[in-house]
Design a binder for this molecule. Sequence first.
Ligand SMILES: Nc1nc2c([nH]c(=O)n2[C@H]2C[C@H](O)[C@@H](COP(=O)(O)OP(=O)(O)OP(=O)(O)O)O2)c(=O)[nH]1
Ligand SMILES: [Mg+2]
Length: 131
Amino acid sequence: MKIVNVAVGVVVNEQKQILLAKRAKEQHQGGLWEFPGGKVELGESTFKALVREFKEEVDLELEHGQPLILIEHDYGDKQVRLDTWLVEQFSGSARGVEGQEVRWVPVAELANYEFPAANQAILQAINQTLG
Ligand SMILES: Nc1nc2c([nH]c(=O)n2[C@H]2C[C@H](O)[C@@H](COP(=O)(O)OP(=O)(O)OP(=O)(O)O)O2)c(=O)[nH]1
Ligand SMILES: [Mg+2]
């Protein structure tokens, strides 16, 4: 099966809160919380894709990021590679451009949210880096 390359952003604000968005019901892994992001287009760098997706989905301008963790996960119906970045420099004010719920969540409260299975490794990396 073809693997889908996804750029994922863990955006942290000055209060050490992380931006989450809720995936729409009809999407793959719908109804679960996610770190915003989306599919990398042909010829696009991961960070460029991340900048584009954050503008499209949550209206934030990302300025600088660093690679956090690369995860490959097979959902059975879909295989994904989540190239996950930590972003502490950004501007703007987050809103759900596509009508989705968005929330700034303290690192210590992330465990209260339901994520897709592939995200467990991201949560561990966040705890190691920011926790
Ligand atoms: N953005 C994001 N995707 C995730 C996370 N965890 C996880 O398993 N995924 C999966 C779900 C999807 O299969 C894929 C991301 O696709 P997406 O739906 O965000 O892609 P996209 O923004 O380009 O949207 P679309 O073109 O499919 O509408 O990665 C996560 O934390 N954030
Ligand atoms: Mg997306």
